[in-house]
Write a protein that binds this ligand. Structure first.
Ligand code: NAD
Ligand code: MG
Length: 390
């Protein structure tokens, strides 16, 4: 807390993205509770500058070094410290002057700064699921050692987290993650083979960044979320199920030992789990549209089609086998999704690249952090060679 005014000081890593900008909407609406201490962005200097001028943080980081001069010139006479480059993310994550990090960088790039915040014992509101997919054992171990609370932002995990409050001593049978099914629900490979970038980016229920939108279309996102759930809630792989729920009203469920099921419901709006993670343990008012059961359509459920959406099966394999396999899966997927977004490969090629990379990169059963970085690099290089995009 800022001792002078009792506000929670927030560091938003990835402030120009979909989660980052929605988090700033929440902060703007509750300036009596929150203040912004750090903002970071990779390339969008213009938006970072305008965010900084509005929220007046102590420090900002621009990842792309070519944009440093522009950001520095715009902000340094305002008393805002300006840093650039990858290393600076870890350096500002090491600051004492913030209370909560919102980890909203996309992909593996979020791991190091998030780990730094955990090592400092900071509260982490975690959107960057790749951090737990890659190195969940190490991140959770360090969180325990340093008493760093990790509050999930991902809507499914926020739902499970809320269902588990007050149930610390009660055994869980299983966690049921809901999936909308994405834009290609019900489609078959003969359709998917021709799918293009713009089509894959049209999610029916959520508006998100490009990478997670493609992951939602391939169902890789749900596989990553199963791995995320394993680490967040200390579950065995067989305790984690996925059900397709196209309306995205039930955000996930927990079945307890007695067979009772708890669920968390709401309209599909990421501002809700973002606000909850920032304000936890309090719940605070907002003007978001509320769920109206009298107008709600039927809530329906179905099995995921694992034959068509093979990425989900690959992620389940990684979940069950563990070791560095989730890290390899994640790295290959990041490369393949990037290539798909550049229109260099087809939609179904994403699965082929991930599958082949998982077969080739050596398995390590008990990886160290260095092993994870090494496996990530190896998997990226191999996937890039497959795609001839070195
Ligand atoms: P996005 O692409 O919209 O934003 C990503 C942010 O990270 C941007 O601020 C960007 O500048 C920054 N960034 C990108 N590459 C970087 C790099 N190499 N180094 C440092 N910063 C970098 O992504 P998003 O949709 O906001 O997703 C962010 C994270 O939240 C992802 O891990 C995603 O899986 C997770 N998530 C997102 C949603 C959603 O609704 N968007 C929902 C659940 C979870
Ligand atoms: Mg999710």
């Amino acid at each position: 807390m800022n001792e002078a005014n009792q506000k929670k000081r927030i560091a938003i890593f990835g402030s120009t993205g979909s989660i980052g900008t929605q988090a700033l909407d929440v902060v703007r609406a509750h300036s009596e509770i929150f203040e912004v201490e750090i903002l970071t962005a990779q390339a969008n200097a213009e938006l970072l500058i305008s965010q900084a001028l509005e929220f007046m943080p102590n420090a900002v980081v621009i990842g792309n070094e070519e944009k440093f001069k522009e950001v520095k010139e715009a902000l340094s006479d305002k008393g805002i410290k300006v840093f650039c480059g990858e290393k600076a993310l870890e350096e500002v994550a090491d600051f004492d002057t913030y209370d909560l990090m919102l980890a909203a960088i996309v992909g593996f790039a979020g791991l190091r700064p998030t780990l730094k915040a955990v090592e400092k014992g900071k509260t982490v509101a975690l959107a960057n699921k790749e951090t737990l997919v890659v190195a969940g054992d190490i991140v959770m171990q360090k969180a325990v050692e340093n008493r760093a609370p990790i509050i999930p932002v991902d809507s499914e995990h926020s739902a499970v987290f809320q269902c588990l409050l007050g149930e610390a001593r009660n055994p869980i049978n299983k966690v049921i993650l809901t999936a909308s099914g994405g834009p290609f629900l019900g489609k078959k490979p003969n359709f998917l083979v021709n799918v293009k970038r713009d089509h894959a980016l049209q999610h029916p229920n959520w508006s998100m960044g490009a990478k997670i939108s493609v992951d939602s279309a391939t169902l890789m996102n749900k596989g990553l979320e199963m791995i995320e759930a394993k680490w967040l809630f200390n579950l065995k792989p067989k305790q984690i199920e996925v059900v397709i729920h196209p309306q995205s009203i039930i955000h996930s469920m927990v079945e307890f030992a007695d067979g009772s099921v708890k669920a968390q419901l709401g309209l599909p709006d990421m501002k809700l789990p973002i606000q909850y993670a920032l304000s936890f343990p309090q719940r605070i008012n907002n003007d978001f549209p509320k769920l109206n059961f009298k107008k709600a359509n039927a809530l329906t459920f179905e099995e995921p089609d694992l034959r068509t959406f093979r990425n989900l099966g690959l992620a389940m394999d990684a979940l069950h086998k563990g070791g560095n396999l989730p890290c390899i899966l994640n790295a290959a997927n990041e490369i393949a999704v990037w290539a798909f977004l550049k229109n260099r490969i087809g939609f179904l090629d994403i699965t082929a690249v991930v599958e082949r990379t998982m077969e080739v990169i050596p398995f390590i059963e008990n990886p160290s952090l260095e092993d994870y970085f090494y496996s990530d690099g190896e998997a990226r290089n191999f996937a890039a060679t497959l795609l001839q995009i070195e």
